[in-house]
Design a protein around this ligand. Structure first.
Ligand code: UDP
Length: 450
């Protein structure tokens, strides 16, 4: 009986990237509310002290000695591989001193706790902030790569072909990266996809969004999959502050706009646009005659720090009040504002979940990694979005905005997005599939640590 009531200590290891942290922090808060003692292990790299927002959690920082300069010099892919090798011995040191850890949950991109947990005989689970479709697509990419089926990047027409047994994804939709070589990407994916010894896989997703991919993941890895998301809806009491300064003035500007009239544009925390592409986007937004809210994150346009280089006509449209530009927006609130009728996005998984949980249809402009997978999921499975492909020209941008905001096609996508939003809301509510998955996860952790 005493054993049953004892508080279990969980170590949770998030990846130090903007899009990875909030979901895991929501999960940590939920598990803490269920009686677990939570210690969050953070890397020194990309460290922002968020402990004041989570007084119920314990935080420990491991001194990896890595900095943003290392990301620049190594490239993001090589950096992630290095971060993992550096942190493994540091976690070992921590566990040698702290022998009261019952269970470990780590983000899939920080896989260093896997070996350490095995050495210390601590059960573990992997947390994926991505879609289950992405998990499968990495696996499919590795298999096709090793059997020589993946066409080279320059073989454009072959890249358009459907991947055998992985419809509706084309070769070009597989999660290649812009941040390093394919050879090194396979090393990273080998590590991320090695989940066979985990006691389970926690996905920030929902059965109502991708049940067939969740089932496939369960089959492939032979361990339980817990689709507990969207986590930003599951636990609304705790919210993780952004590393960027939010410009809330855009909400006042939105108040002055007509319902469903505004196109909101953001490409997340990492993606970067070429200067020429930004100019075509700017002019396309001007020509569409629709109001727009554009997040121009500093550094997100290659070689430019501000939007002063954009054409005079664009800057005039902003001065006239039809456009609004910010460095960083309170995105979830923006998407939930009645004035926002569509979202131009790079298809990061968080943004995709946030668009669906707000019932907002999307124009997909993916750049790299899982973004193409998510774009295809939204455009061909959920049918709440369409993708704008190839070279961006102001005319295509204008047509795309009109399709989404003004035309009947956009209205139909909005209706489908709203229906999906209702399903997602039901899944996180009491008795819904994500809520039940969270309960099963809690039961599983208790059974593994008894
Ligand atoms: N985000 C935000 N304000 C912005 C742009 C993005 O708050 O102006 C948030 C967005 O709500 C999402 C996260 O940043 O939660 C981006 O995560 P995502 O997975 O979409 O993309 P990533 O940054 O990982 O590429």
């Amino acid at each position: 009986m005493e054993e049953e009531n004892r508080q279990r200590r969980l170590l949770m290891v998030p990846a130090p990237f903007e899009g990875h942290l909030p979901g895991m922090m929501n999960l940590a808060s939920y598990l803490s509310s269920q009686g677990f003692l939570i210690t969050i292990i953070r890397t020194q790299f990309n460290f922002k002290d968020i402990s004041a927002h989570f007084p119920h959690l314990n935080f420990v920082t491991i001194d990896d000695g890595l900095s943003k300069a290392d990301v620049k010099s190594l490239g993001l892919l090589e950096f992630v591989l290095k971060l993992n090798s550096v942190c493994e011995s540091l976690l070992k040191e921590f566990l040698t001193i702290h022998d009261d850890v019952d269970f470990i949950i780590h983000d899939e991109f920080v896989y260093f706790p896997r070996h350490v947990a095995e050495e210390f005989n601590i059960p573990k689970m992997v947390y994926s902030p991505a879609s289950a479709a992405t998990s499968i697509s990495r696996y499919v990419l590795m298999e096709n790569q090793s059997s020589g089926l993946v066409p080279p990047q320059e073989a454009r027409s072959q890249l358009e072909e459907m991947v055998p047994e992985f419809s509706p994804f084309r070769f070009k939709d597989l999660p290649f990266t812009a941040y390093g070589s394919i050879k090194r990407l396979m090393v990273l994916y080998e590590n991320i996809s090695n989940r066979y010894t985990s006691s389970g896989i926690i996905h920030n997703s929902s059965n109502c969004l991708e049940d067939s991919f969740i089932l496939t993941a369960q089959d492939k890895w032979g361990v339980p999959v817990y689709p507990v998301g969207p986590l930003h809806m599951t636990n609304s009491t705790a919210s993780c502050p952004s590393s960027f300064e939010e410009e809330r003035s855009c909400l006042d500007w939105l108040d002055t706009q007509k319902t469903n009239s505004v196109i909101y544009i953001s490409i997340g925390s990492l993606a970067m646009t070429k200067e020429i592409e930004a100019v075509e986007m700017a002019m396309g937004f001007v020509q569409s005659n629709q109001p727009f809210l554009w997040v121009l994150r500093p550094g997100s346009i290659i070689g430019q720090e501000s939007f002063a280089f954009l054409p005079e006509q664009f800057r005039q449209t902003v001065t006239d009040g039809r456009g609004f530009v910010v460095n960083w927006a309170p995105q979830k609130e923006v998407l939930n504002h009645r004035a926002v009728g569509g979202f131009w996005n790079h298809c990061g998984w968080n943004s995709s979940l946030e668009s669906i949980s707000s019932g907002v249809p999307m124009i997909c402009r993916p750049y790299s990694g899982d973004q193409r997978v998510n774009a295809r999921l939204m455009s061909h499975v959920w049918q709440t979005a369409f993708e704008i492909e190839g070279e961006l020209k102001r005319e295509n941008v204008e047509i795309a905005v009109m399709r989404l905001i003004v035309e009947h096609e956009g209205e139909e996508m909005r209706m489908r997005a709203i229906r999906l939003k209702e399903k997602v809301e039901a899944s996180v509510g009491v008795g819904g599939s994500s809520h039940s998955s969270l309960n099963s996860l809690v039961d599983k952790i208790i059974s593994l640590t008894s």
